[in-house]
Design a protein around this ligand. Structure first.
Ligand code: 0O2
Length: 221
C-alpha cells in the first residue's frame, strides 16, 4: 500500500503548490489593476515591470534542511514565506512607498512583515523594500491564506541586485575582496543615479503642473 500512500502525498503536495500559484495569480492581477488604473488617472506609470516566480520544490526542501525543520506541509507553510515571490520594478524611489501603500491598503491583504532595505541598506549596498503579505485564496471547499513575498525596487537597484546575485552564486557565497569593493561602489553609483533621476522627475512634474495651471487660467479667461 506504499503506492497508495505515495499517491496521496503527491496529490496533497500538488494541491498545496496549486494554492500558492493561485495566490500568485491573485497578487499579479491586483498589481496589474493598480498599474493600469494609476496610468489612467495620473497619465503616469509607477510600475516599470513585474516579475514573479514560484520556488522550486528542491529550493523549498533545501531551505527546510538549512533551517533544520522537519518537512511537513504545515511546517513548510509556516516557515517558508517566499514560496511565491513578486518583484515590482519601478522608475523612481518615491514610487516604492506609493506602490507599497497601495498594496497594504487593500482590504483582503494582510501585511505580515516589512523589511526596509532602502532606509537601512545591507552592508553590501543592497536596497529594496520587502513585504510578506498574506492573501486568501478561495478554493472549492475551503479558504486558504497564503504568504506572498513582494520585493519593490527601482530599475537601478534591480540592475545592481541581479548582477550581485549572479556573482554571489558564481563564487559560491565567497566573493573576492576586490569584487566586493567594486560591488559596493557600484551600489553607491546606482543610488546616486536614483537620487538624480528623482530630482529630475520632480522638476519635470513641477513644470507639468505649472503648464496645467496656466492652461486652466487660460480656459477661465
Ligand atoms: P532567491 O533566489 O532570490 O529567492 P529568508 O531566508 O527569506 O527566510 P531573509 O534572508 O532574512 O529570510 O529574507 P530577506 O532579507 O527578505 O531576503 C530575501 C530575498 O531578498 C532573497 O531571496 C533575495 O532575492 C533578496 N536579497 C536579500 N539580500 C540580498 C542581497 O544582498 N543581494 C541580492 N542580490 N538579493 C538579496 P533568496 O531566497 O536569498 O534568493
Amino acid at each position: 500500500n506504499n503506492i497508495e500512500k505515495l499517491r496521496k502525498i503527491k496529490n496533497e503536495l500538488t494541491r498545496f503548490m496549486m494554492t500558492y500559484k493561485f495566490g500568485l495569480d491573485e497578487m499579479n492581477t491586483k498589481l496589474t489593476i493598480l498599474k493600469e488604473e494609476f496610468q489612467h488617472i495620473h497619465e503616469y506609470n509607477p510600475i516599470e515591470h513585474i516579475k514573479s516566480r514560484i520556488k522550486s520544490p528542491e529550493s523549498i526542501m533545501k531551505k527546510m534542511y538549512r533551517k533544520d525543520i522537519p518537512i511537513t506541509t504545515d511546517n513548510i507553510k509556516e516557515n517558508i514565506r517566499d514560496i511565491v515571490g513578486i518583484r515590482v520594478v519601478c522608475s523612481f524611489i518615491s514610487d516604492i512607498g506609493r506602490i507599497s501603500n497601495m498594496i497594504e491598503n487593500q482590504k483582503d491583504v494582510t501585511l505580515i512583515t516589512k523589511k526596509d532595505y532602502i532606509q537601512n541598506p545591507k552592508p553590501n549596498g543592497y536596497k529594496s523594500l520587502h513585504l510578506i503579505v498574506s492573501i486568501p485564496v478561495f478554493m472549492s471547499d475551503r479558504v486558504e491564506d497564503v504568504f506572498v513575498e513582494i520585493q519593490i525596487r527601482t530599475v537601478a537597484m534591480d540592475f545592481w541586485a541581479s548582477l550581485e546575485h549572479k556573482i554571489f552564486y558564481k563564487y559560491n557565497n565567497t566573493i573576492p575582496e576586490r569584487l566586493t569593493k567594486e560591488l559596493t561602489d557600484a551600489a553607491k553609483a546606482a543610488n546616486e543615479l536614483d537620487e538624480r533621476m528623482e530630482r529630475l522627475h520632480k522638476e519635470v512634474n513641477h513644470i507639468k503642473d505649472r503648464h496645467t495651471d496656466q492652461n486652466i487660467n487660460y480656459l477661465e479667461i
